[in-house]
Ligand binder design. Structure first.
Ligand SMILES: Cc1cc2nc3c(=O)[nH]c(=O)nc-3n(C[C@H](O)[C@H](O)[C@H](O)COP(=O)(O)O)c2cc1C
Length: 199
């Protein structure tokens, strides 16, 4: 395992991977990536390993005025799941998509397949989401991958065009970071690797 500082042989692509960091949604502002940048990020997603070529990656962008309408949908779905939810909590849910200029609902279409179980298709989609984040981060945008109970809500999945059998894997908040990229402390790689030896 190379120790930081990394040897000169570490190229730009690896440097970009090592510098990536999430940016909190409220620190993300206009401009959001344009169609060309998003297309590159989706293309990066489709480079994820994909057993059987099932292509499970799905990204649904919610931006501009659609964010407020989606927030309303999130609040109504939350109320339907838990009718006693206080109005203040519903308001929080309603305002969530407005924190960043772009929210991406990232999911996986899951097909019944004799050899490729759902978890492999989810792994491919999740690997694609990571490529999507890395590509946007490398282009100077900021991202944050969040979850919430709404990911499991059939009403939300349906409104976004996902089937009941599909999986919504996250809300990706995207924009331009107000103060560059955070530089959180990262763990040393050594603790995550060991060589196996025969007994
Ligand atoms: C599937 C998934 C769901 C996540 N959901 C949340 C979440 O709901 N809230 C949260 O604070 N972080 C969540 N995270 C973690 C953040 O995306 C992020 O990784 C974390 O803030 C640490 O920042 P870093 O990516 O720079 O290490 C989630 C990550 C993944 C992969």
């Amino acid at each position: 395992m190379p120790e930081a500082p990394f040897p000169p042989a570490v190229n730009e692509a690896v440097r970009a991977l090592l510098a990536r960091a999430s940016v909190p949604p409220r620190q993300l502002h206009d401009p959001a990536p344009d169609a060309a940048a998003l297309s590159l990020a989706v293309a990066a997603a489709t480079r994820a390993p994909d057993h059987g070529g099932l292509r499970p990656w799905r990204f649904v962008g919610i931006q501009g005025e659609a964010r407020a309408a989606f927030g309303e949908l999130l609040a109504r779905a939350m109320q339907a799941r838990a009718p006693e939810t206080p109005e203040a909590r519903l308001d929080l849910e309603r305002l969530k998509p407005l924190r960043s200029p772009l929210v991406v609902a990232a999911g996986a279409t899951i097909r019944a397949h004799p050899k490729i179980p759902a978890w492999e298709q989810e792994a491919t989609a999740a690997a694609g989401i990571m490529n999507f984040l890395n590509a946007l981060d490398a282009m100077g945008f900021g991202c944050c991958w969040l979850s919430s109970a709404a990911l499991q809500d059939p009403a939300i999945k349906g409104a976004l065009g996902f089937a009941e059998t599909d999986r919504l894997l996250g809300w990706i908040y995207v924009g331009t970071p107000e103060a560059g990229r955070p530089r959180p402390e990262r763990p040393a790689p050594d603790g995550f690797w060991r060589d196996w030896q025969p007994a």
